[in-house]
Every structure is written in structure tokens, then in C-alpha cells.
Ligand binder design. Structure first.
Ligand SMILES: [Zn+2]
Length: 351
């Protein structure tokens, strides 16, 4: 009979200074035990290279052979359990933990995916909080959403991520969550006004997709069509989805940037002063930087004078609900009777 080895067994072996190399080749490893061994193998091989820009996230180069959904089951499993796939799973976990710490996700909400071949992607599972995400929770799916590897079922919102990847060949990573301020704009169906903060203008270009049931093919289609011009999409009455042609961390950064921006302009609108915006030439300069970074934006071809006059809404604009009519719904005769009785009582009290 084959031995089953769990994370606890391995930890006990380390405590007792036993050689992990002596584990029988045919032993069955639990997913967390496999992660543990991979971690140690990476450490001993010195393959953990931490790049300064990515805040503790390791970059391991991709295997030369690109797989697809038609690759054999054993090739897919080997890839899914490789150090490279493990490093991508760790990146997703790290981003999940950041989403949770910043309260951009609630319950089991939020999901992410990374394209890892022609028509395959690693993604988050369903029904797992992003605050406790582990590499062994991840799934491998084909572009129709069929699960190829992983023990937990994939996220129910995967179709939207896959439709973005199918429609937008540059989309390498996608991130979806419900950050409260940006989601408030999505609920009000308002694209945040532009020309106020440089970071937002350079890293995000924001479109609004109409409401459809989360996870439905229709939702995915509407969002995917917007990715030619936008990298950050507000989904009406739902949340936000971002994509990046570089990595999952950049897709995550877009979440931080749009959420901070929406919060800032809501606060700025309460300060009682008119809001300053960029001039056309200032805006043009930011768009030039954006274009050089390879990001999309529908404003690249516009004239300077057309750049900053957009927006259905500006901070400081008050609600246009009509003022409440205090006398509405009152009966003048009854009012007069109540007044007469009140006056009588007051007069009696005074006498
Ligand atoms: Zn959602």
C-alpha cells in the first residue's frame, strides 16, 4: 500500500531532523505537502529571486514548451505542479491577501486568473476567502471554463476572465473584486471624472459595463468588448475587473489606484471648494507616458482641448433631488384643530 504524506508528517520529519529525500518515490503527497516540498526545493536551489519592483514576489521563468487544452493530462499535471506554476499560484495568493487586507473583497468574493498557455489559465477557486488563499487551492482551466487540474472547483465567475483573455490577446492577468468606493460609482452607473490625479490617468482607463448576472456569458461578453479601450471596467451594480499585459500584480495595482481615486474625489467633493483639473497640455503629457507603457486608452488620438471636458458628474455636485415640501400630505383643517387645542392647553397651564 502506498504511504500518504501530509504537511504535518513533513513538519514532524523536519523537527526530527529526518532526511526529506528519503520519502518513497511512490508516496502520495497531499496538496499542501507538495507545496511545502516545492518551497524547500526552490530555497535549496537558490531559484528564489526577489525583484525589487514586485515587493517580495518571485519571478521564475516559464518552461520553454507552451501547453494548451489539448496537451496530455500528465503534461498538464506536471506543469501545474512545477516550480513555475507554483510561483504564479503564490503571486495570486499574495494579491488575494492584499485584496482582503484592504477590504476590497467580502465573503468569498473576488477572483483572479493568469493565462499560462494558448487557451489555459490558472485561477482562484470558488468559496474560498481571498484572505486565506493557499497555492494548493488553485485550479487550471481551459478557455471554456472546464477544469483541467486542481482539487477545489474553480471560481463561478471564471467565464468573464476567460472571455477577456479570448477577446484581448494582450491580457495576461485579470483581477476582479468589489472595492467599496469604486463599486459605489458602479452602482450609480457613473464613470469617475478624469483629469484630476496623474497615477489614475497613467495606470487606469475606465469603462462602465451594464449589469448582467455575475458569471453569465453575457456579462463576460460585454466586459470583454470594452478591453480594447479600457483596462479597468466598472460593472454596473456589481464591482470592478482589471487586466494587465504584464502580470497579476499590475492588475491588482489598478484596483488600488481606482479605489484610492474614487475615495479621494468623493472627499474632495465635500470640501466646499471648486476642484482643479489638468489643462489639455498637462493631460496630453500623461497620456504620452501611458502610451509608452503599452497601456490602452480611448483618448490617445484626441486633441488637447477635447481631453478634460468629459464627465456626467464632477465632485462637489449636489444631488438633484427636488427639496422636500414640508406641507405636503397635511390636512389644513386638522392642522388648525390641533393648533387650537395646543393653544388652549398652553393657556390653561399659564393661568
Ligand atoms: Zn463579483
Amino acid at each position: 500500500m502506498k504511504t500518504v504524506i501530509s504537511l504535518k508528517d513533513l513538519e514532524a520529519m523536519v523537527r526530527n531532523k529526518q532526511d526529506l529525500g528519503k520519502i518513497p518515490d511512490d508516496a502520495i503527497l497531499t496538496p499542501s505537502a507538495r507545496d511545502f516540498l516545492l518551497e524547500r526545493e526552490l530555497e535549496s536551489r537558490g531559484t528564489r529571486q526577489i525583484t525589487a519592483a514586485s515587493d517580495g514576489i518571485e519571478k521564475i521563468s516559464a518552461p520553454a514548451k507552451k501547453l494548451n487544452s489539448k496537451s496530455s493530462k500528465s503534461e498538464l499535471e506536471e506543469f501545474f505542479n512545477s516550480p513555475y506554476a507554483h510561483s504564479l499560484k503564490e503571486q495570486i495568493c499574495e494579491m488575494g491577501h492584499r485584496l482582503w487586507k484592504r477590504a476590497y473583497v467580502d465573503g468569498n468574493g473576488g477572483n483572479m486568473a493568469i493565462r499560462v498557455g494558448e487557451d489555459i489559465a490558472i485561477c482562484t477557486p470558488t468559496l474560498v476567502s481571498k484572505g486565506s488563499l493557499k497555492p494548493s487551492d488553485m485550479c487550471l482551466v481551459d478557455f471554456e471554463g472546464k477544469q483541467l487540474c486542481g482539487t477545489k472547483p474553480r471560481t463561478s465567475e471564471i467565464l468573464m476572465h476567460l472571455q477577456i483573455m479570448k477577446h484581448q490577446p494582450k491580457a495576461l492577468a485579470t483581477c476582479h473584486c468589489h472595492p467599496p468606493y469604486a463599486t459605489a460609482f458602479a452602482v450609480a452607473n457613473i464613470a469617475p471624472p478624469t483629469c484630476m490625479l496623474p497615477e489614475y490617468e497613467v495606470f487606469c482607463s475606465v469603462g462602465v459595463a451594464p449589469y448582467r448576472t455575475p458569471g453569465s456569458a453575457d456579462m463576460g461578453k460585454l466586459v470583454a468588448e470594452l478591453t480594447d479601450q479600457y483596462n479597468t471596467i466598472l460593472m454596473a451594480n456589481h464591482g470592478v475587473v482589471t487586466w494587465s499585459h504584464n502580470n497579476i500584480e499590475e492588475a491588482y495595482w489598478r484596483m488600488e489606484i481606482i479605489e484610492a481615486y474614487c475615495r479621494t474625489i468623493v472627499v474632495a467633493g465635500q470640501l466646499g471648494k471648486p476642484i482643479n483639473t489638468f489643462t489639455g497640455p498637462q493631460m496630453k503629457e500623461l497620456l504620452n507616458i501611458k502610451q509608452s507603457l503599452g497601456f490602452v486608452d480611448p483618448r490617445f488620438g484626441m486633441k488637447e482641448c477635447e481631453l478634460c471636458d468629459s464627465g456626467d458628474w464632477r465632485p462637489g455636485v449636489t444631488s438633484d433631488l427636488p427639496p422636500r415640501d414640508e406641507s405636503a400630505g397635511k390636512d389644513p383643517e386638522a392642522e388648525a384643530a390641533v393648533q387650537a387645542i395646543t393653544d388652549q392647553i398652553l393657556a390653561q397651564m399659564k393661568s
